[in-house]
Ligand binder design. Sequence first.
Ligand code: ADP
Ligand code: ADP
Ligand code: MG
Length: 668
Amino acid sequence: MKSQAQYRRFRTLLIANRGEIACRVIRSAKAMGLRTVAVYSEADAEAMHVAMADEAVLLGPARARDSYLNVERVIEVARKTGAEAVHPGYGFLSESAEFAQACLDAGLVFVGPTAAMIRMMGSKSGSKMLMEQAGVPLVPGYHGDAQDEATLAQTADKIGFPVLVKASAGGGGRGMRIVRSAAELAASIVSAKREAKAAFGDDRMLIEKFVQNPRHIEVQIIGDSHGNLLSLFERECTLQRRHQKVVEEAPSPTLDATQRERVCAAARKAAAAVNYVGAGTIEFVSDGRDVFFIEMNTRLQVEHPVTELITGIDLVEWQLRVAFGEKLPLTQDQITLNGHAIEARVYAENPHKNFMPSVGRIRTWRTPAETNGLRIDAGYRAGDAVSPHYDAMLAKVIAWAPTRDEAIERLNRGLGETDVRGIVSNIPFLSALVTHPDVRANTIDTGFIERELKNLTPAAPAPHDLELGAAVVTILAEEAKAAGAEAHSPWRTPGWMPVGRRQRVFTFRHGQGAEHKVTLTYGNGPATLSIGERELAFTTSPDAAGGFELRLHGIKSHVFAVIEGHELYLRTRNGRFDLHWVDPFGGETEEQVGEDKIVAPLPGTVVALLAEVGASLEKGAPILTLEVMKMEQTLRAPFAGVLKAIKCKVGDIVGEGVELAEVEPAAS
Ligand code: ADP
Ligand code: ADP
Ligand code: MG
């Protein structure tokens, strides 16, 4: 086992992680002229971090244990690719003392603290003992070795309920239970131990006083190998769900300048207790008056960008400089705090279904330009798969502004202009969260999200005329695109298709609820939409931002829309809307699975062919349009597959039940 100073200049960096943090690290490493090596699992062959790196090597199967957590394999790849250093990101092996040591033993620079420091600070109990000695204020509690039921019960009584039972090896909010009375204690310990054993292979528990109205405040620190140690102000991460951060900001809006200096000094003292080298975070819980140490994270954190935005420091660059053996470029009094920054974590999860993770392929990925104080740290792009094997975080939207109110405003706008489709995301929930009056007023605690969940996950809003009109335009545009037929394009209204007056009826459903009918009248003269009693003239044209402009009854609106089969996702000035298009003919394909023949549902005329033989079709892709009693209906692929045959041509008059096309299901 080697233990000599490991830090030295290197040229090639392996990033032992995936997703947004791997991309984030690669960005700074490249800017510093380093050659970057990505690693990936079988599930990630096409992932964004793989595309970004200079080189990428397969680690193994999708399961993290067989790939990103496989220490031997990561070291072997580093050796083979000539990497001289390893950045672990966060999560995965970032707080593994064994991995840090394995890197050192293999002659690689580990971008982080030494294995000994990780070992000392990695256990919540061990670090609390150290902090106690260093005189850092702790939450009252028990963090001794004895784990028998009697000792734990006795100490809990002494501390006074409510208490928090916590896994010493814990992370990500797991292995933690609030216990409100002595009667609940034994059962909570059993279940917390079970969870901790499964998640961390270690079921040792500590007990803390549960701080009332808790707020989470943490301090970014960084040390070099020359004995310099700096604090880079604090972050507040009180918006949590199940002890997991959701929105983070810097500086804390709760602290005044004196409190700020006090908590930063406590953090420096904590890090100095282990002569800390590298980036790290000292976490505190606050009762609104005092702050108490809870744990140290010996790595870069998810929320590090808010610190970067208020200090102007690139933390990854500084991590790499420290790993080169350089001195920190600034001194404590050269670190200044400028403005306010706030970050929201975008997850593939469904807030309406208890935040169940959502897996699948991302069909649409749209984020705002990174100007005007907005920054997007993403790990995914359109077309990427969200695999069930890893954390569901996709990206972070981060905003900076001179003041907190303006930063929140920018974040809200940034979230409004972010669209992720194909999977379900928490973006609407985040928008509701950052605009909540209590968040604006900063009258929150860590239980806020759980208490306010109903108001943060409102039912889907009913569409207005604007959304119904936009839905019709979206379908027409998609059909015209599929047909490659400019003449069909709704952008050419009014008066496109000089074929007399025709009508077409569209039915949309929103949520589980109401159906809305819209009748499109077009042909000679201006096109109109009839919705209920209302008859609305409209024109429309594509806009530069990839959406379109809809003038409905003289009012111009910008619309962004995505259509996937029968599902429409719209963003208008009224908000976000999800509509289901009830298509009576090409229709409700769910019921027709296995039916590979496309037949005429009623007698009619074939008016357009929208796909070519041999084309691969997604489920719901348009194949042809049939005119039935002056109404057009588009027949669609009942499942994903290949268009095997078209058995009609434009102008054919066909009877009910006549076979018009054949689709061969995609092999799955
Ligand atoms: P913080 O870094 O602020 O402490 P977390 O504890 O939520 O915030 O972040 C670490 C967690 O991130 C890990 O416990 C894990 O659940 C998750 N994670 C690990 N690897 C990744 C990754 N590559 N992308 C996104 N999330 C990850
Ligand atoms: P993890 O390793 O999972 O991040 P932490 O010890 O950092 O575990 O706790 C996670 C969160 O739980 C904290 O961010 C804080 O909001 C809350 N928490 C932790 N300890 C206490 C406490 N003693 N009283 C109240 N809340 C706490
Ligand atoms: Mg923590």
